[in-house]
Design a protein around this ligand. Structure first.
Ligand code: PLP
Ligand code: ZN
Length: 434
């Protein structure tokens, strides 16, 4: 059945189980829990993860069945932990995978693709995780939708809250970009600007989640939320003609997206939908000013030391990444690596992508492109590798960082005036170039 947008708690009925979820399982000790809004193990405090009945999935799933599904992330419903048929459908997903010949030529790559996830309903990949989490929040009959956000999550949660007819509270560091605050507030959510870092916002929200019946999508709903990121693996594999790339470059904040893309590729291989994902190397990109996972990788330790973020890439500014340890495992299991983008190259990354492929990304995308360039230069990605760079957010939300690059020619509508102003500009450019 479909979840109506404004059903009251009394008219909401129990939803028949349509998913293949078996339990929530502790990633550390393997204890199983029922499907409830719980996220840590009672025994060992390990994080819980959704576990599926893959035999049952294997009996029904096929390339054909997926291809016949909607042109959204819900075509992979069999591999998501949602019982409602199409939950909160905002038409998220099935975003373009673009062959990036111009950027490839510039960087020295012959098989480069851009997964452009900046064109989702609220302009970032967060719509994927929030679609799943908000569907689950409705199933669990929560009365408020909430999140601790580095920016994009606030917008996505607010939009989904509006669509679901749920009161929504979004918490974020008060130094957030204007575009991200506007892009959340417009949907009518209560905005809470916290004077602190994301990690402090997260701590406050964890306390709130313990004491209120609020669905914090990335805290008490995290096991479900994070599964939504797998669809970024499924789509890329399908769009490549059912195969896994040789290399993925993924921006990392908590590290969840990075680990889940690898999980998604391996699920497809295990289910026989692609031949193998054994050749796929996973590379995580962080901004130099907030790169705890890269530091641990460079120092060859499994312990991710928290940092205080100081980066232009605010969407990635998580100093104490919840999935840092598992990100390092993903790197190890896949033979990948971790790379940091120098702060002064992040805007350049944005500019390069825009000028070669016509895609305007935010700072996280600048981190990916700058990181990709380093990975090619260091030989970690080879020229012929089938490479996918994940562009996860939209440049219109972080306009302040590119503002200084933009200089229109000012003129009156008179022909001569235009010609003169144009000539003056060319002379200025000539001077500054030489
Ligand atoms: C949140 C976010 C990420 C990273 O998400 P994690 O799963 O926490 O690593 C990447 N890119 C953008 C644009 C984001 O908003
Ligand atoms: Zn445990």
């Amino acid at each position: 059945m479909r979840i109506g947008a404004r059903m009251s708690a009394t008219t909401r009925r129990r939803i028949p189980a349509l998913s293949y979820v078996k339990s929530l399982r502790c990633r550390e000790c393997g204890s199983d829990y029922p499907i409830e809004p719980q996220y840590v193990c009672d025994f060992c405090f390990g994080p819980l993860e959704v576990s599926y009945d893959y035999d049952a999935i294997a009996r029904v799933i096929s390339r054909e069945r997926i291809t016949k599904g909607p042109l959204t992330m819900w075509r992979y419903h069999d591999l998501l932990p949602v019982d409602a048929e199409m939950a909160l459908d905002m038409h998220t997903g099935f975003t373009p995978l673009i062959r990036a010949n111009n950027l490839g030529r510039l960087l020295g790559l012959n098989n480069l693709y851009i997964k452009n996830d900046s064109v989702n309903p609220t302009f970032s990949f967060k719509d994927r995780v929030v679609s799943v989490a908000s569907a689950k929040a409705l199933e669990f009959e929560f009365d408020t939708l909430a999140c601790a956000s580095t920016g994009n999550l606030a917008g996505s949660v607010s939009a989904h809250g509006a669509k679901a007819g749920m009161p929504t509270m979004v918490f974020f560091p008060s130094d957030l970009e204007r575009g991200k605050i506007l892009g959340a507030g417009i949907y009518g959510a209560t905005l809470v600007a916290v004077d602190g870092t994301y990690d402090q916002v997260n701590r406050l929200c964890s306390e709130l989640a313990d004491n209120h019946r609020w669905a914090f999508v990335n805290i008490n709903m995290r096991p479900f939320y994070s599964e939504g990121s797998k669809t970024l693996a499924y789509e890329v594999a399908e769009q490549l003609g059912w195969r896994a790339p040789d290399a993925c470059v993924v921006p990392g904040a908590s590290g969840s997206l990075f680990t889940k893309i690898y999980k998604g590729l391996n699920e497809l291989a295990d289910l026989g939908l692609i031949d193998s994902a054994a050749h796929t190397k996973m590379h995580i990109a962080q901004a130099e000013g907030c790169s705890p996972i890269v530091t641990a990788y460079d120092e060859d330790t499994p312990h991710v030391r928290p940092v205080t973020p100081d980066t232009v890439a605010k969407s990635l500014a998580i100093g104490n990444p919840a999935d840092g340890f598992y990100s390092l495992k993903t790197i190890e299991n896949s033979g990948g690596s971790a790379v940091s983008a120098p702060e002064d190259e992040i805007v350049e990354g944005i500019q390069i992508l825009a000028e070669t492929e016509g895609i305007f990304t935010e700072t996280a995308g600048g981190v990916v492109i700058s990181g990709l360039r380093k990975l090619v230069q260091s030989g970690k990605i080879q020229p012929d590798d089938l490479t996918v760079a994940y562009i996860t957010g939209n440049g219109l939300k972080t306009q302040e960082v590119v503002e200084p690059l933009i200089n229109p020619v000012f003129t009156t509508p008179a022909y001569d005036d235009f010609m003169n102003n144009m000539a003056a500009r060319e002379e200025r450019n000539g001077k500054s170039n030489g």
